[in-house]
Design a protein around this ligand. Structure first.
Ligand SMILES: [Zn+2]
Ligand SMILES: [Zn+2]
Length: 391
């Protein structure tokens, strides 16, 4: 064999291996695309005649930082997904434009501040944030958000890339992105074959299903959140961390923050500034729910038995979950922390003191043709306080 032949042969083999690998990946992605055609949403049908909740997106980037859509494009996507509001949180955008109604969608100014301990999102500021330098100390960012009348949130606090690393401020900040689309995506990167590939394949046919396949919660964020929730009232949020890939509309259709109508004093004001105050106060109250919207609308759900302002209840209290009408076997109440789910699956006895996290999970379309349990409705936690003396 000539020398040229010996060089050529490994080269051809390598090319064949690369193409073979690509075809195999395409084939596997094609399989998941095919399976996605059978994914049936929603799991829970909308409740007829229910007073609609107010629906929104939290933690969204635009062309004001590294997102690929203008605020107007984001508003159009939100409208198409049936949302009422979007909280824009561009990176270190300390002077965002004032709240505005665009196409029937309320754009609310917020920010995501880079600190040397991680990322902090914030909303509800009464004035621009001053004196904060990107990548500065976290306590400075937290203090300035508070001074401006805003609510601070630990963004994607438990993940490998940009976790929240400062213990002192973690205890101070009221909000916590319990579920973060960014964290889900980074988890999927660690399991490229079992998690990322099915999601990419499914996205070819059903993009919302593709996003939903990434929503596989790990225990660590919940454990960390509950640890913090024992000390004070905490707000659970789901952060889209939307940048335009996946498309804004698809990620808005997959998850969001939803407000029960009774949380607001009345319908959203036509005055954008007033409407923004209504929404941000409701988000800060902890009464909004993180909802995996593809699985169904939350109308008909309530969690009862605690003080809705303080989100506290004494040890021994029994909380009640009311679920919307659904096919038996498709929903499940799950409980973490200082509470015990009773055998009827809808009452939780508080065993604290501490904190309890109650969520409704749904039997959602899975990667193959079957189903996987996924979070659906995620309220903020309830603090379990000692029983008052003498009772
Ligand atoms: Zn971030
Ligand atoms: Zn972000």
């Amino acid at each position: 064999m000539s020398k040229a032949g010996t060089v050529k042969r490994p080269f051809i083999l390598a090319i064949r291996a690369v193409f073979g690998g690509l075809f195999l990946l395409l084939g596997v992605a094609g399989f998941f695309a095919f399976a996605a055609g059978f994914a049936d949403y929603p799991v829970v049908e909308p409740a007829p005649d229910a007073k609609p909740w107010i629906r929104g997106a939290y933690h969204v980037h635009t062309t004001r930082s590294d997102g690929n859509g203008t605020p107007a494009k984001v508003a159009r996507a939100a409208k198409a997904a049936g949302l009422d509001f979007v909280v824009l949180t561009d990176h270190n955008d300390f002077k965002p434009p004032a709240a505005t109604w665009v196409d029937g969608v309320l754009l609310i100014p917020g920010v995501e501040i880079s600190t040397n301990a991680g990322h902090l999102t914030a909303f509800g500021m009464q004035r621009p944030i001053e004196g904060v330098t990107p990548w500065g100390p976290p306590e400075q960012a937290v203090a300035e958000v508070e001074a401006a009348g805003g609510t601070a949130v630990l963004a994607h606090p438990v993940q490998t890339k940009n976790p929240w690393k400062d213990e002192a401020t973690a205890h101070q900040v009221p909000g916590f992105e319990l579920y973060s689309a960014d964290t889900f995506f980074r988890q999927a990167l660690r399991s490229p074959v079992s998690r990322l590939l099915p999601a990419v394949g499914a996205s070819l046919v059903n993009p919302v299903h593709g996003v939903m396949l990434l929503a596989v919660p790990e225990p660590r964020p919940t454990e960390r959140f509950l640890e913090l929730a024992r000390e004070r009232k905490r707000i659970a949020l789901c952060g889209h961390d939307a940048h335009g890939v996946p498309a804004y509309e698809d990620i808005f259709n997959a998850l969001g923050m939803e407000l029960p109508p009774d949380v607001l004093s009345g319908p959203l004001s036509q005055n954008a500034r007033e409407a923004a105050a209504q929404v941000t106060q409701a988000l800060a109250s902890g009464r909004a729910l993180c909802v995996f919207r593809a699985l169904g609308a939350p109308e008909g759900f309530t969690l009862e038995g605690f003080d809705t302002t303080t989100r506290e209840a004494p040890v021994g209290t029994v909380l009640t979950v009311r679920l919307p009408e659904h096919t038996p076997g498709t929903l499940e109440v799950r409980v973490w922390g200082d509470g015990r789910l009773q055998p009827d699956g809808q009452h939780i006895e508080l065993t604290g003191p501490g904190a309890v996290q109650v969520e409704v999970w749904a039997h959602a379309p899975g990667r193959f043709f079957g189903h996987e349990w996924r979070p659906w409705l995620v309220p903020s936690p309830v603090r379990v306080v000692p029983r008052p003396p003498g009772i």
